[in-house]
Design a protein. Sequence first.
Length: 395
Amino acid sequence: MKATLKIILKPGKEQSIKRFHPWIFSGAICKIPEKVKEGDLVEVLDSFGSFLALGHWQIGTIAVRIISFENEPVDEKFWLKKVTNAYNLRKQIGLTDNPNLNAYRLIYGEGDEIPGLIADVYGDTIVMQSHTVAMFRLRSVFGNVFKTVFGNKLKAIYDKSENTLPFKAGLEQENGFIYGKSDNSVIIENGLKFKVDWEKGQKTGFFVDQRENRVLLETYSADRTILNLFSYSGSFSVYAMRGNAKLVHSVDSSERAINLAKENILLNFADDERHKAYTEEAFKFMEQSAGKYDLIILDPPAFAKHFNVIPNALKGYRRLNAKALEIIKPGGLLFTFSCSQVISREVFRTTIFSAAAQSGRKVQILRQLEQPADHPVNIYHPEGEYLKGLLLYVT
């Protein structure tokens, strides 16, 4: 497929494209074809008419997401090459043929030069999410590509794009299998078992991005009393249990999430009385928890998904962390995270500094935490570095 629609940029607005940034903002565009529709393949030209890139048109501040800086056919072979490259990266870092681990991120949007698409591998099933109209229209193409790359190791592909597509696109998408079928929703991560709820769970069903931070938590868990706030499926709690924690309490405001956490504890530890789960709002639970825990995990959902809500989000992070720092035992550890892409590592760290000052506690940074290698950051797209965290020692 060749692009026939041409987007012309304003003079001087081609510089970010020449630095290989994969987004073109609406304010940089001089001329838009009348016939262009959301999801269309477009050719991007500078103000002199010279070729710059190929991308997908969308309505909004980010008007074009670049898929290639070469003028080439965009067909199934094009996408097969990109997915194969993504798969090979995961193979090189030891994720594709690991008997102790069968869940990982296969496609991470701009990080794998496939903007608008997320795909996670859960055993013999791939769960994909389209965040743009273009990627949604290509779902059958990606279905073919995934089958080519994985062969008979792939039993099913589940499309979970119902709530990730642009609201005004009017696509009326329903989640469901686009290839095969699977009810094998139990995965293995570093020898531990987890049930993945890809039908009704958050994101694609499981947070593979915290895998390495869970491993780190395990190494600090022995003989500690642990509070896992915003616990969702209880994955941090499971690692803490294997790390010989004295007790682990999982807290989430969602009863469905708490039930899933209980299932995951049972999968690995049967009726281990060290674990208890509570359906409760995090701040309210902390109000009655002063001095009870010497390790706390704060992994809340994204407080800010857009730049215009950053001030309120930072207040939320500061308030939450200040309370955790206030109630934790002396000599305690705080694992604290933000998954808000629009909040930078520096801003998050400054916010935690403010929370520490507010709590009046002595706080030291032991580790800076981040997303794992199957969420690669395109060096030309620093916005892809969304997960940031700190391991703090509190006295």
